[in-house]
Design a protein around this ligand. Structure first.
Ligand code: CP
Length: 313
């Protein structure tokens, strides 16, 4: 049975740390992994635009000695998936040609269905619901700043409950940091994701909670994290989303309320003057390009493990 990364719940706490430790070694010693996936091929299915994810996966795949196939989801030169071929038939067919599937799409159910019928690893490169690859790189970046033991560190996500929020809620209890979601009452994270995160946090002794007052939420935070207010596919709701989120811009005053060594995180693309002020994202506390770089190393580690080129323990 193939292992997949549909969400971060596919990784135990030990496995999550294994990905991060291997990612660090891949970053420090890239030459040691150059031919680890020689002769393999990875299909990359994209139904949405991408800069960082596409480039970091394609470059990472080549650096490991494999080849990537960029496959638009639909359109005249795309897959039949975009015009109704089932995930079942797509997964079964691709499993005969390639060694892993990376997919960026809208519905999490499509990733789950591909994984269910695939004989090869399926990696979620963003759905409307979850964004595990981004958060692997984010936690790698947090460890680089604060050390491997993140216990007691508070990450505050400021903005609408979204796919990044959900994956951060999965990560906190697994890795040991606290997660606070500072969002408007009308834009909360998924109740189901939140409840599971609360149960997991209670079990391992970390904290997960929602706070609607952003200033109160970020007090003593180690990390202030935000994301675009208008996710891909929500463009028609942009005006209404912006109106609901005006009190949630990350500005200098908010950063000053956090811990003195706090960092600012954002997965990009960003809109300066909207979810974050330029002085913050381009300022000394920002680690956004470390996050972007770490996409490459974390995803290489993930592929090495899921594709069986490195052991899980
Ligand atoms: N963070 C992120 O998903 O960037 P891209 O959309 O450019 O891949």
């Amino acid at each position: 049975m193939a292992r997949h990364l549909r969400t971060l719940r596919d990784l135990s706490s030990a496995e999550f740390n294994r990905v991060l430790n291997l990612a660090r070694d891949v970053k420090q010693n890239p030459d040691a992994y150059r031919e680890k996936l020689a002769g393999k091929a990875v299909a990359m299915i994209f139904a949405k635009p991408s800069t960082r994810t596409r480039v970091s996966f394609e470059v990472g795949i080549r650096q490991l000695g494999a080849q990537s196939l960029f496959l638009p989801y639909g359109g005249d030169s795309g897959l039949h998936l975009g015009r109704g071929e089932t995930p079942h038939d797509t997964a079964k067919s691709l499993s005969r040609y390639v060694d892993a599937i990376v997919i960026r799409t809208f519905g999490q159910d499509e990733v789950d269905a591909l994984a269910e019928h695939s004989a090869i690893p399926v990696i979620n490169a963003l759905t409307d619901r979850f964004y595990p690859c981004q958060v692997l790189a984010d936690v790698m970046t947090m460890r680089e700043r604060f050390g491997d033991d993140l216990r007691g560190k508070k990450l505050v996500f400021v903005g609408p409950g979204n796919n990044v929020t959900h994956s951060l809620l999965h990560a906190g209890p697994r890795v040991g940091f606290d997660v606070v979601v500072a969002c408007p009452e009308v834009l909360p994270p998924s109740h189901q994701v939140l409840e599971i995160a609360r149960e997991e946090a209670l079990r391992v002794g970390t904290q997960v909670f929602v706070e609607h007052n952003a200033r109160k939420a970020v007090k003593d935070a180690a990390v202030i994290y935000t994301d675009t207010w208008v996710s891909m596919g929500q463009e028609r709701d942009a005006h209404s989303l912006r109106a609901k989120l005006t009190a949630y811009t990350v500005d200098d005053e908010l950063m000053e309320t956090a811990a003195p060594d706090a960092i600012f995180m954002h997965g990009l693309p960003a809109r300066r003057g909207e979810e974050v002020m330029a002085s913050v994202i381009d300022g000394r506390q920002s680690v956004v390009f470390d996050q972007a770089e770490n996409r490459l190393h974390a995803q290489k580690a993930l592929m090495l493990l899921l594709m069986g080129a490195e052991p899980w323990s």
